[in-house]
Write a protein that binds this ligand. Structure first.
Ligand SMILES: NC(=S)c1ccno1
Length: 249
């Protein structure tokens, strides 16, 4: 997978050199390219923002530098009409979920447009959507100073799903929200040695070696945790089960 990020703060993306993503880059599984937005300005002050039409607080990111930057990204691609999926982190985007992470992990090329200030001139997104898929994504119902942190979150969540990035021992199949048997379930508690720590013992079933009982215990724990922390997911699952069996509420 190739990942391009256009940003006024490339240093914010330094963590992409570390840990799981850093190792994937070193192994050639990820090709991450950063582009400094100010390189696409042409005034002495390297201006990337201006006051909003219609008034209001803050500044809006100008369309020209963004369009030049995105044009450069696309032009540097493999050609033959290949374009990236443009991911725009924004509080007004669709929720970023494990399912969306799986969808993005299936793409060969992602480009990220993290905004600063009050956001990017809307025409940049509209112009991009004429040439490539655009996904506006929110990592949560809160506002950050800029989208770079969201890029780190999304890239890590996507990168760990790429084949070969996680070792077998770190399989993502039992992650919270992972498609299949963990869909809509939160992960339950985990334990490691010592079996007795500060008088707190590991649940006996985990020491039993009985895989069937262990799997059932883990699902019960996941369900209990989901019920406690995300009753909305349990309600959705119940509705889907009832619809499946055409049961009336
Ligand atoms: N919640 C998200 S994705 C965001 C981006 C910028 N500020 O908040």
């Amino acid at each position: 997978m190739r990942i391009d990020v256009v940003t006024i703060f490339p240093e914010y993306l330094a963590p992409l050199d570390l840990s799981l993503v850093g190792k994937a880059r070193a192994r050639g599984q990820l090709d991450v390219r950063l582009h400094e937005l100010r390189e696409f300005t042409h005034d002495i002050h390297r201006t990337v923002d201006d006051t909003p039409y219609g008034g209001g607080p803050g500044m809006v990111m100008k369309p020209e530098p963004w369009s030049e930057a995105l044009d450069t990204v696309v032009a540097s691609g493999p050609g033959e009409g290949a374009v990236p999926t443009l991911v725009v982190p924004t509080p007004s985007g669709r929720p970023f979920t494990q399912e969306l992470a799986q969808q993005l992990a299936a793409e060969p090329w992602l480009a990220f447009a993290p905004a600063r200030y009050e956001g990017i001139d809307r025409r940049v997104i509209e112009d991009a959507a004429d040439r490539m898929p655009v996904v506006e994504v929110s990592i949560g119902d809160y506002v950050l100073a800029g989208g770079e942190v969201a890029v780190l979150v999304i890239v890590e969540a996507v990168a760990r799903l790429l084949p070969g990035v996680l070792g077998n021992a770190e399989s993502h199949q039992d992650d919270s929200f992972a498609p299949g048997r963990m869909a809509d379930l939160l992960e339950g508690p985990v334990y490691t040695k010592p079996a007795d720590w500060r008088g707190r013992e590991v649940p006996e079933v985990l020491l039993s070696g009985h895989h069937g009982k262990i799997a059932r215990w883990r699902r019960e724990q996941a369900f209990a945790r989901t019920l406690a922390h995300r009753p909305d997911l349990v309600a959705r699952w119940r509705r889907e089960e009832m619809d499946k069996h055409d049961l009336k509420a």
